[in-house]
Design a protein around this ligand. Sequence first.
Ligand code: DPP
Ligand code: ZN
Length: 887
Amino acid sequence: PVAIRREDYTAPAWWIDTVDLTFDLEPAKTRVLNKMQVRRNPEVPAEPLRLHGDELNLARVLVNGQGASFRMEGSELVLDGLPDAFALEIFTTCCPAKNTKLMGLFVSQDTFFTQCEAEGFRRITYFLDRPDVMASYSVLLRADKAQYPVLLSNGNLVEEGDLPEGRHFTRWVDPFKKPSYLFALVAGKLVSRSQRIKARNGREHLLQVYVRAGDLDKTEHAMRSLVNSIVWDELRFGLPLDLDRFMIVATSDFNMGAMENKGLNIFNTKYVLASQATATDADFANIESVVGHEYFHNWTGDRVTCRDWFQLSLKEGLTVFRDQEFSMDLCAEPSARAVKRIEDVRVLRSAQFPEDAGPMAHPVRPDSYIEISNFYTVTIYEKGAEVVRMMQTLVGRAGFTRGMQLYFDRHDGQAVTCDDFAQAIADANPDSELARLLPQFKRWYSQAGTPRLAATGQWDAQAGRYTLQLTQSCPPTPGQEHKQPFVIPVNIGLVAADGRALALQLEGEPAPQGESRTLVLSQASEQFVFTGLSAEPVPSILRGFSAPVILEFDFSDAQLLTLLAHDGDPFNRWEAAQRLGLRAALAAIRDPQHAAGTPVLSAQFLDAMREVLRHPQLDAAFKELVLTLPTEGYIAEQLDVVDPQRVHAVREAMRLQLATALAADWQWAFEENSDTGAYSPDPASAGRRALAGLALTQLCLAARESGDPVWPGKTLQRFKNAGNMTDRVNALSALVVAGHPLAQQALARFHALFKDEALVIDKWFALQAGAPDRGGDVLPLVRQLMKHPDFSIKNPNRARSVIFSYCSANPGAFHRPDAAGYVWWSERVIELDAINPQVAARLARAMDRWSKLAEPYRTAAREAIARVAAKPELSKDTLEVVTRALA
Ligand code: DPP
Ligand code: ZN
């Protein structure tokens, strides 16, 4: 396979202005007639017309109504000797029923769906399948009326009616030009929840959520989230809904979370369906943010799209930023905003930082790829969102909104680049640090790797001065040996030893300027001198995680305890606890003398945790975050050489110590938070359920040690009586995590209760495949689960619930000294690759960090990867991942 390079971009030699599609939908053989108006792009040298296609059967090609000569070059259809403008007609067939890749047109539970991003449209018809070719679409859908009563496509329904032989049709016209990746159709037996709304500007819209019969009662939250999204985008950014009709359709077979097709979003059921009986608080929150995300794409993605796929973060980073802001703005309490920020940072650090340090590291705007599907990554999405967030920090919230307005004034209806976006934000804020430093700031787009920010503090008691030295560096990443300094906004505060927030006055300033401010580091190393201080302060650096960097500062335990008790910035308050926990974990892991059963956590740390847990003012959600120890993955990232079993053992020991030392406090916390009244997924009550759930897990763990039957019994009772899925699954999980015999009984009951709820059965599988390993028992269980009648490797959600839960989310069970986990992984990657390359390639990434492993894991992991790489006829998706892993 050949790499596509960003610097090779050229504008298309031809434009396609209109597309007229006619579908005769049949699962085994769908016929597609594609009539296009094509014209030469006069701005580039003349070239033949090369249309992309993939797994299509070509029946006919007409140019201006006449049979035309063409040739095939690989999968491309090539036409020569064309007039400057002409009508092109292509007739093809495809087989949706056999489309297990779930790209292009496919069938799921007797319903047709499409997925065209990034390059799926070429599996439907021959086309210039690239995002900078934007066309007007009109679509005629024909199908059997009884089997496919609902026929949907993008835009407005302009005509519908019956046809002979029990067939019917609908015709759709999309009023907006769009790239082919935003095309969609749906056909099947679906029911919908509809709502009419009137926007602030008086325009009326029809909103619809389509699901399978029986799921309608689980669509209320998705609809509410959609309405909230529409209201928010108008209020915060002045961006209204531009369509008469906006539809969401749910399918249970989907590679991604959801897809922002213009006016016809297609969603994984996981991000639509929710009822209190079947969905957890986390599910409700995810639905809100994914519905928001796809809706926000209507402007950031659909109205202004990407020039080429290297610019993917132009729409994804920006839209993740928008959905994060949306979820935060919906929070009633400022403390809930902070909780959301901590959760987002946790994802970034546990998934994106490792990506940035591993073989798949790439800049937010990559320079090359073999398979673009492999670049729908946490770097493009989450780090991309951080880059947008830093821009907002540098220009302020109002300045950022101005920048967005300028971006749309300039680029509405266009396919543009990350440079265009950054330029608009800077130009709208000419006096900002962003404008001053723009070329350097854009290194965030071009340089991969997580920068390290080393800070040191020097206290001059006589002068009352505190000098903070900030030094940045960035490790090499594949293809990028040396890095230039970044522009790093560093939000900072100074805290007195007694916890007071101190006024910040930099040397040379006439007066203090607040208690929290943004320093902008643009050199490799810079000093910031704070004056007018009466005692040595504790620095609170990188408040709110103002930049996606690793902060290194030699805090004393006492300083961290001060921050944990008093920092006015909730993020850094949480971070202080994480640092203390991490420090204890690393000390135990690195100490060859440290024996199993020896305490890892100090009495001081445990006291501090108790104080947080019992704190009268802090909310439950925040407490739950503080009391949750850093994950095994996060701990492993701090080590140069990782023995996953040692990491696992130490973290388990810490968890147990926290469980037993705070037993009375956990009991108190559980009782305080166990009854949240009538169910509502709002952040405050969700936080209380989360803390009650953590408490229950801790109480069951402690009970396992003591042999006490009371809490496991209570937990089973809570499981049985639970009025919502969050409490139910938390209780079940507590028994499973503790490895209590009652867990079996509860699991069986859970399955019986929810056997017809696919998304709940996914949880049932995931809980077992993700359970703590006891003597190597998880892998045999996972093998059993794969034989369960409810298991199907073809369904991505189900495959993820078992295979990914084991390989990617259960390090203590996966990294076995006998290498059986790795062998099993390689078999599953190969098996999946023949079915669905995108899912296989994603699973292949479970081994990204193999080269950090200690022996014998390292050699065994490498062998397993090599075994996959040696498999003939591997997809380019998987091949790219394993090749980079072995490079
Ligand atoms: N559907 C994916 C997303 O919204 C890709 N665009 O992020
Ligand atoms: Zn997106």
